[in-house]
Design a protein around this ligand. Structure first.
Ligand code: ZN
Length: 447
């Protein structure tokens, strides 16, 4: 049984799918594509990936959707720099897809974009107007928050307190300061689509309601996203969707913690070093995956190159333990514990702890089950989405390391100690430690 912490109910409970076809239907709020992805986007992606992989371990099929917000104020703002929003968004979508593949994230079944679903969005808004939950006002359409009794149930915010906080930004077009926009009338020089409410474009929240329902049905199993989306985005999605259908929208709400940089939410303070491009040029995808999974998905991660370096050392401890013969079947005593950890609200730190227990057993004096343990660790790494590429890299550059050792030997024979020391030091920087012994030079990979 898989237990999941649900933000809506503020409790963990046993998971079972809404539909009887053994399929888990899941929607992940994807990135707004005005910029290249940063570590925060990667964390949301890896969280969704772990959910999908755990569901597969639990015997479920998964049907998953990841959306791209490819029209909004930020994209239009960027467009003023002279580049068409379509070219800009396509470039960032391509980057995201490339990084997702490098990270070995399981593909989603559908990647809908807001601009590809204007018809569905317009029909959704029409339905809300018809039912009296939305109203037109000077070219815009707003959702009437006071018509939905459940407003605030996800974020645990009370509407009167919210109104109190909203006093300063009174919008003449709104009947109530909490009402949010479903359709924005086009201003000059903005991209627009035709609709029964006039020329304009969809608001942000409505796209996720329209697209999730199109691909997953009116009630689906899991909705995920970063915890910064709880309010207002997900609160508003619930309001729109449940008013349109009269049914429960998502059965479980799963929110991952933020990645902070210098104590601030990453989306507010992205440095080049915390963009995915920069991170994957310094650390391997497996190391980045390990770094993200060392923290429970609901906790905050403070971006830190030192922690990434620590993850790199930890990863090579696993890779070193796997270096050697592997059995075709495993002993199995760790695998059950490993699954238990993942089935308990995707507890990846605990699951990794089980892997390191197995690594420690291999490294212990007199271990007689090394081959079986290696097979078991391999299974666990595979289940968590590791590519185990370090092992391959180690064997690929084996020839090169040995060539350098030969060159160093020749340098020593020629009494060129400056060169031989230089080679030893450079190899050490690359994590390769040389050991001069009677049988010749031995080398091993460290940190
Ligand atoms: Zn969304």
């Amino acid at each position: 049984m898989i237990r999941i912490y649900d933000t809506l109910k503020s409790e963990s409970r046993d998971f079972s799918p809404v539909s009887s076809d053994n399929t888990v239907r899941m929607y992940t709020c994807g990135m707004t594509v005005q910029d290249t992805p940063h570590l925060g986007h990667l964390r949301a992606l890896v969280t969704a990936d772990i959910i999908k992989r755990t569901m597969a371990l639990g015997g479920y099929r998964v049907f998953s959707v990841y959306n791209f917000t490819d029209i909004d104020d930020k994209l239009i703002e960027k467009m003023r720099g002279g580049e068409d929003y379509r070219i800009l968004s396509q470039r960032n979508i391509d980057e995201f897809m490339r990084f997702a593949a490098i990270m070995n994230a399981l593909p989603f079944d559908v990647y809908p974009r807001a601009t590809g679903h204007i018809q569905e969005i317009v029909e959704f808004i029409e339905k809300l107007i018809e039912k009296g939950y939305a109203y037109k006002s000077e070219g815009d359409v707003f959702f009437s928050v006071s018509k939905f009794d459940g407003y605030g149930k996800l974020s645990k915010k009370k509407t009167d307190e919210l109104i109190e906080g909203k006093r300063i930004e009174i919008n003449e077009k709104k009947e109530n300061p909490l009402d949010f926009v479903l359709w924005k009338g086009a201003k000059d020089n903005e991209p627009y689509w035709h609709s029964p409410f006039g020329k304009g474009r969809p608001g942000w929240h409505i796209e996720c309601s329209a697209m999730s329902m199109k691909y997953l049905g009116e009630t689906f199993d899991i909705h995920t996203g970063g915890e910064d989306l709880i309010f207002p985005h997900h609160e508003n999605e619930i309001a729109q969707s449940e008013c349109a259908t009269g049914k429960l929208f998502a059965n479980f709400w799963i929110h991952n913690g933020m990645v902070n940089r210098n104590g601030e939410k990453m989306s507010k303070s992205v440095g080049n070093d915390s963009k995915v491009k920069g991170i994957l040029s310094r650390w391997s995808p497996d190391v980045v995956r390990l770094y993200l999974m060392k923290t429970h998905y609901r906790k905050v991660i403070e971006f830190s190159p030192e922690r990434l370096d620590e993850a790199k050392s930890a990863y090579s401890r696993i890779a070193n333990a796997l270096d050697g013969e592997t059995a075709s079947s495993s002993a199995g005593k760790y695998y059950e514990k490993f699954k238990e950890a993942l089935f308990d609200d995707f507890n990846t730190p605990q699951a990794l702890g089980v892997i390191f227990d197995a690594v420690n057993e291999i490294n212990a004096e007199g271990c007689s089950e090394k081959k079986e343990l290696r097979a078991e660790i391999g299974m666990m790494l595979f289940a968590l989405g590791f590519k185990s590429e370090k092992k391959e890299a180690a064997s690929n550059d084996k020839g090169l390391v040995e060539l350098l050792i030969e060159v160093r030997e020749d340098a020593r024979k020629a009494r060129n100690f400056a060169l031989s020391d230089l080679i030893r030091d450079r190899l050490k920087e690359m994590g390769i430690v040389l050991n001069d012994s009677k049988e010749g030079v031995k080398w091993k990979r460290e940190g």
